[in-house]
Structure formats: structure tokens, C-alpha cells
Design a protein around this ligand. Structure first.
Ligand code: CP
Ligand code: NVA
Length: 330
């Protein structure tokens, strides 16, 4: 398997074999890191990290993974560069390609990261767009593999806003890896029909199944994994909270819902999560709408079924795999 010079923009661009390879490579790097075995396979290289939206996990993962691989990093924050304001994406891509060996981009429309990749002569990695969050899915799948020993045949249920980056990318990932994907939400929160159709045709080849279900009990029955994400994503206006709470509350992941899933089901969330009122937004919205939690209760978040912090750690190992595979022959 040689992925050198490839971009990593969305899972649709990768075969199931390539995705499996990246997950296995991440597991190998994780084992090396735990054993204290150096793996500076990108020694002397440098990468640029463009963030037009804020981040904790993705930024830290790219920075630490880069350092472990022997690379230097430059972080460009949401306000600290000329991108988009004084310099086009195409020009930025060509400037950064002359200085760096790889570019990470987190921002708004998927078309922006695609444009960056088109004009860049070095690999470009998608660190989240409105439509897709592919590095997150690698971490999620590594975590599922660690818990269940496999991906094929896993019953994966996504609760909540399934038409945004997480729902979309998880549906694509499940279709690619032969998993049984359910989006459980009101109909208007189902992914875009064109993407569903594309995933159905992938599923026909991999043995995956895709299901879209409004009924909670039906949706979560036999689930091995219950996954959710925030109801209001970065970049969305604050006004949508009222509608989201009204429409998505029945899909909140709580102890009742978990009890309807498989006995050994795990709870996953890409994070950050509104599971209590210990954040500014969680507190503001919690007070306004008289709620202690949003998409997941604190009880489930803190339960033994929750694997969210292992999942977060796996961001680093999987991002490391993506960079090493696309920057070197390994
Ligand atoms: N899950 C995730 O992408 O987290 P950050 O927004 O903190 O990077
Ligand atoms: N849907 C969330 C994911 C955060 C990792 C957002 O875009 O804000």
C-alpha cells in the first residue's frame, strides 16, 4: 500500500483497503508510542496547520503527531493569516506548497479544502469542513476495532443531526467498511439524498446496510455503538438552538436510550459535548432552555459504556498515520 502524495479530503476518495491500512498503521504507531519506540519517519519535514474554526483535539493531534514524526509545525489561527481576506485559496496553496511538505485545513465549505488541494503541490488533509470530518472517523473506527475486534457487521447508530459533517462522514465510513449504519433523527436531519445514494452503491459492494429511522426504540435496538454530536455546529447561528432543542430532544442519548441498545453497547462522541452546564454555551443555553444537558446526559457521558476519551486520544494516532502515509514511502 503506497499513499504517498495523496490528499486526505474525504473518505469517499479512499478504498476500504486503504482505510483499513490507515487504521492498522495508526494502531502500530500507537503501540510504538506506548512502548517508547521512536518513529521519526518524517524527520526534517514541516507542515502548515490552517484553522478557520477553533479546535482542541484536531490541532493538538496534528501538532503532537507531527513532533513524534520529526516534523515542525506552523499554526495559522482563525484570524492570523491573509487566507480568504487578502489572498485567495489558490494563491495560498501555491505559497504554502513552496515552504511546507503538507497542509492541514479546517474551515467551512468542503469546496474550499478541495480547491486548496487542487492548487497545492503537497498533500492536503481535511481537519473538518461543514460537510466532512474524515480524520475523526479514522479515530472512531480505530476505537471500535479496539473494543469489538472488527468493523464489518457492527451495528452503528448515529443519533441527532445526521446531515452535517459527522453524520455524513460516519455514513460514508460505515458504507466503506461493511458496517450497518442507522441515522436516527427526524427526517429533515437525514443526510442529503445524493450522498445517501452514493453510499448505498458503496454498501452494495461491501455488505454494509444503511437505514434511516425516526423511531428511537426501533433505531437503537441491537446497536453496538451509539454515537452523537452537538446539535448546533461551529459556524451555525445561535438562533437555531431553539429549533434544534425542540426537534432533537427526543433523540438525546440518555440512560433509557442506552438500555434499549445491545448489552455491550458503547457510547461515542467526537467531542466537545454539551453533557453538563460547565461551559459558557452549555450554561447559557441550559439556563435559557431549562436543560441540564443537550445531546447526551452527564450520566451516559461519564458511564463505563462511554469511550469518548479513548476516542479523543485516537485522533492523534490516526492523524499521525495519515501524515506518515501521505508524506513518505514508509
Ligand atoms: N472532535 C474534534 O474535531 O474536536 P476539536 O474541534 O477540538 O478539534
Ligand atoms: N459537528 C461539529 C463537530 C465538531 C468536531 C462541528 O462542526 O462543530
Amino acid at each position: 500500500m503506497n499513499l504517498k502524495n495523496r490528499d486526505f479530503l474525504k473518505l469517499l476518495d479512499y478504498t476500504p483497503e486503504e482505510i483499513s491500512y490507515l487504521i492498522q498503521l495508526a494502531a502500530d504507531f500507537k503501540a510504538k508510542k506506548k512502548a517508547g519506540i521512536p518513529h521519526r519517519v518524517c524527520d526534517g519535514k514541516n507542515i502548515a496547520l490552517i484553522f478557520e474554526k477553533t479546535s482542541t483535539r484536531t490541532r493538538c493531534s496534528f501538532e503532537v503527531a507531527a513532533r513524534d514524526l520529526g516534523m515542525g509545525t506552523t499554526y495559522l489561527d482563525p484570524t492570523g493569516s491573509q487566507i480568504g481576506k487578502k489572498e485567495s485559496i489558490a494563491d495560498t496553496a501555491r505559497v504554502l506548497s513552496g515552504i511546507y511538505d503538507g497542509i492541514e485545513y479546517r474551515g467551512f465549505g468542503q469546496e474550499i479544502v478541495e480547491e486548496l488541494a487542487k492548487y497545492a503541490s503537497v498533500p492536503v488533509w481535511n481537519g473538518l469542513t461543514n460537510e466532512f470530518h474524515p480524520t475523526q472517523i479514522l479515530a472512531d473506527f480505530l476505537t471500535i476495532k479496539e473494543k469489538f475486534g472488527k468493523l464489518q457487521g457492527i451495528n452503528f447508530v448515529y443519533m441527532g443531526d445526521a446531515r452535517y459533517n459527522m453524520g455524513n462522514s460516519l455514513m460514508v465510513g460505515c458504507a466503506k467498511m461493511g458496517m450497518n449504519f442507522t441515522a436516527c433523527a427526524p427526517k429533515k436531519y437525514f443526510p442529503d439524498q445524493a450522498l445517501i445514494d452514493e453510499c448505498q452503491s458503496i454498501a452494495a459492494k461491501t455488505g454494509a446496510t444503511l437505514r434511516f429511522c425516526e423511531n428511537v426504540a426501533e433505531g437503537v435496538r441491537s446497536a453496538d455503538v451509539i454515537y452523537t454530536d452537538v446539535w448546533v455546529s461551529m459556524g451555525e447561528p445561535v438562533e437555531v438552538w431553539a429549533e434544534r432543542i425542540a426537534e432533537l430532544s427526543p433523540y438525546q442519548v440518555n440512560a433509557d436510550l442506552m438500555s434499549m441498545a445491545s448489552k455491550n453497547a458503547i457510547f461515542m462522541h467526537c467531542l466537545p459535548a454539551f453533557h453538563d452546564k460547565k461551559t459558557t454555551i452549555g450554561c447559557e443555553m441550559g439556563d435559557k432552555f431549562e436543560r441540564d444537558a443537550m445531546e447526551v446526559t452527564d450520566e451516559v457521558f461519564e458511564s463505563t459504556q462511554s469511550v469518548v476519551f479513548e476516542e479523543a486520544e485516537n485522533r492523534m494516532h490516526t492523524i499521525k498515520a495519515v501524515m506518515a502515509a501521505t508524506l513518505t514511502d514508509l
